[in-house]
Design a protein around this ligand. Structure first.
Ligand SMILES: Nc1ncnc2c1ncn2[C@@H]1O[C@H](COP(=O)(O)OP(=O)(O)OP(=O)(O)O)[C@@H](O)[C@H]1O
Length: 248
């Protein structure tokens, strides 16, 4: 792989639901260490795009390539196995469990007690939790507390930590700052910056242009299922993005 090969390339992707063209001939790329914002008004096709990329909806036509290789997924598990992790707004955390247990949810590490009895390896889980949260430079007072004790931003960090632990190359984040107060939004923005510094690719869906401009390298604007425009963040401004979103 040369350094120019995108982590992810979506080529001429369409997804139709009966007569509804939720996505029509859309293309986008995400390179290593790049944050790409996906923006658009309600119903523009953002959710359909991330669901196609993450294996929820098979495309009607078009191609998805990971590190230059065409892939097809028949489930989110298959997309995940190839390094695409999606963090939806509900975060899919188990509130009564620790960070470590959430990282390993459904994939718990086991050890043998007394040399024969299989039990959950809690030491491995708490070590992974500590290392992963340190990698994200995110510190909570009690790593062994249930995640229900944590704030919205901390919970977002746990969901990101889980993706990072399982080696996500591309993280898709659906409105990660939407339900947060301003200080917590800043923390999540800095988490996204650390993912970028680690060479991962991020697709960042947001309605908040300020957040988009704070963290993204590029923006892809969808409108009624098509790519209305794509800009480098350094070369555009809020007005232009809004015009692309509403058209006319
Ligand atoms: N399962 C489905 N069946 C039929 N139509 C659908 C389905 N999913 C999405 N659509 C339609 O596809 C279009 C794009 O929807 P999508 O949810 O991808 O937009 P969005 O940009 O994510 O909007 P929002 O910001 O409101 O979440 C809409 O017209 C929507 O009604």
């Amino acid at each position: 792989m040369n350094s120019q090969t995108p982590l992810l390339e979506v080529r001429n992707l369409s997804r139709h639901f009966g007569a509804v063209r939720a996505l029509d001939d859309c293309s986008m790329v995400v390179r290593p260490g790049e944050v790409v914002a996906l923006a658009g008004d309600n119903g523009a096709g953002k959710t359909t795009m991330i669901k196609a990329i993450s294996g929820v909806y098979p495309p009607t036509s078009g191609e998805i390539l990971i590190e230059g290789k065409p892939v097809t997924f028949s489930s989110p598990q298959e997309a995940r196995a190839l390094g695409i992790e999606t963090i939806y707004q509900d975060l899919a955390l188990a509130d009564n469990l620790t960070i470590g247990a959430n990282i390993f949810l459904g994939r718990e590490p086991m050890r043998k007690a007394f040399g024969f009895l299989p039990v959950i390896d809690r030491k491995t889980m708490s070590k992974a939790a500590a290392e992963t949260m340190a990698l994200l430079d995110f510190h909570v007072k009690r790593l062994d507390a249930p995640v229900s004790n944590f704030s919205g931003g901390q919970r977002q960090a746990v969901a990101i930590g889980r993706a990072v632990y399982w080696n996500a190359k591309i993280l898709i984040m659906d409105e990660p700052t939407a339900a947060l107060g301003v200080p917590e939004q800043r923390k999540v923005i800095s988490l996204i910056k650390s993912l970028k510094a680690q060479g991962r690719g991020v697709i960042f869906i947001s309605h908040n242009l300020q957040d988009i401009f704070a963290v993204s390298d590029r923006i892809v604007v969808l409108r009624r299922g098509i790519v209305a425009g794509e800009r480098n963040i350094a070369d555009t401004n809020h007005d232009e993005v809004v015009k692309l979103m509403i058209g006319g």
